[in-house]
Design a protein. Structure first.
Length: 65
């Protein structure tokens, strides 16, 4: 939640390309909304970079542990 409050919503995937969807989310949530540079392929590019060792995967700690 802290990341969402600090940075807002980053839209990725094909739905990010729907006209007006970012404005609708911004209006509905009151949060900043940004669209990734290449939302249609950015997740695949990120996974490829991790597999090639160019990015370190993030490790999430479970809440309460």
């Amino acid at each position: 939640m802290a990341d969402l409050a600090d940075r807002g919503i980053m839209m990725v995937g094909g739905s990010a390309l729907l006209p007006g969807f970012d404005q609708m989310l911004r209006h509905a949530t009151g949060m900043p909304v940004a669209i990734a540079e290449r939302p249609d392929v950015c997740a695949a590019v990120g996974v490829g970079a991790m597999l090639e060792g160019r990015l370190e995967p993030i490790s999430l700690d479970p809440v309460g542990d």
